[in-house]
Design a protein around this ligand. Structure first.
Ligand code: ASP
Length: 343
């Protein structure tokens, strides 16, 4: 810390929070950062040093891409020493993917990186954006004994702070848009902000390592009764594919039909990672609990345990980006790297 006041960097990527209605079409489109901050005069009252960086062309987060995650991770790396905390304004649609990706890309994080946004643009009277933004900044600047209280990548939305890689967007209409089904909230904001100290990740004493190699040669095969052999094979035989998430039933179960198992087995023999993630939002994959998952374990399918789908996508891109051997890749996928698994 260079200043006695905590210093926070606000990074504006886009999303509803900064959108305005197009007068002609009525569509919501990202607007510039100045227009956003003008709506929140409260920002002037903070007893912190607040700086900002805005994307030149703010985006709706449905246009999010790993190359933007690389850009964000690089912004944080380049500004890491000068700031005590970071707030990223981001659309809620893919916020959980970005939070998950950043959690893997920023190893040994010792400062808060808080993503937030809103369901209603900040210029609308009933906006949820003001509270989200103001409290996210407060959390990003919160310190105890001159050390940040939070030192991980989080999402703050509608009075709750969550570990980003544990969340998913579950509601497009409520202000309370995110859930963290397998991990408790890290803080709750009411009159005070109450931190759940035992749930927070311990601050790393090591130097920050920023990983920007991500590999998106992955696909998803969502299982459903009636999934055809033709479609399954088309996905597994896609040229250049390195990993496939199979979205399974319940505790990681799948059809035991011979063609399905041998298709997966052949893919694994070719070196493709098959990653088992459950369709259930709560609970975990436990391969071997049922007969319908024992074979998956036997043929070398990797268990995602209680990882969210969003985090599984990000973790695969991050781990594949390291270009490790099949065994090392498998080991990293099975290990809890950033608090994304309850292991
Ligand atoms: N479509 C918007 C986005 O994700 C939704 C939002 O911000 O809540 O950018």
């Amino acid at each position: 810390m260079t200043n006695s006041k905590p210093s926070v960097l606000l990074i504006y990527t886009g999303g509803t929070i900064g959108m305005m209605q197009d007068a002609r079409t009525g569509e919501l489109k990202p607007f510039n950062f100045k227009a956003l901050t003008k709506q929140v005069p409260e920002l002037e009252k903070f007893d912190i040093k607040l700086s900002s960086i805005s994307f030149k062309n703010p985006i709706d987060s449905s246009n999010m891409h790993p190359r933007v995650w690389m850009e964000l991770a690089t912004i944080i790396k380049d500004n890491y020493q000068q700031h005590d905390g970071f707030v990223i304004l981001h659309g809620s649609d893919t916020m959980s993917y970005t939070a998950s990706a950043l959690s893997f890309m920023l190893e040994n994080l010792s400062k808060p990186v808080i993503l937030t946004g809103s369901q209603l643009p900040i210029g609308i009277i009933r906006t949820d954006g003001k509270e989200n933004l103001i409290t996210a900044i407060e959390i990003a600047s919160a310190q105890k004994n001159k050390k940040p209280i939070v030192s991980e990548v989080c999402i703050y939305f509608e009075y709750k702070l969550y570990r980003g890689n544990r969340t998913y967007k579950y509601n497009s209409a409520h202000f309370d848009a995110f859930k963290s089904p397998n991990y408790p909230a890290l803080a709750e904001a009411g009159v005070d902000i109450n931190y759940n100290n035992t749930a927070l990740l311990k601050t790393s004493k090591k130097t920050l390592l920023v990983h920007t190699n991500l590999d998106n040669d992955i696909a998803v095969l969502k299982l459903f009764p009636g999934l055809s052999k033709k479609i399954t094979l088309a996905i597994l035989n896609t040229s250049g594919i390195k990993a496939v998430i199979i979205e399974t039933f319940g505790a990681g179960n799948a059809s035991t039909e011979e063609w399905f198992i041998s298709a997966l087995k052949q893919a694994i023999e070719k070196g493709i990672i098959i990653y088992n993630v459950t369709q259930c939002s709560e609970g975990a994959v436990i391969q071997g609990m049922y007969e319908t998952s024992s074979t998956l374990k036997k043929i070398g399918v990797i268990s995602g345990y209680d990882i969210t789908f969003e985090s599984a996508v990000a973790k695969l891109m991050y781990v594949l980006g390291k270009k490790l051997s099949h065994t090392k890749t498998k080991q990293l996928l099975e290990r809890n790297l950033r608090g994304e698994l309850s292991l």
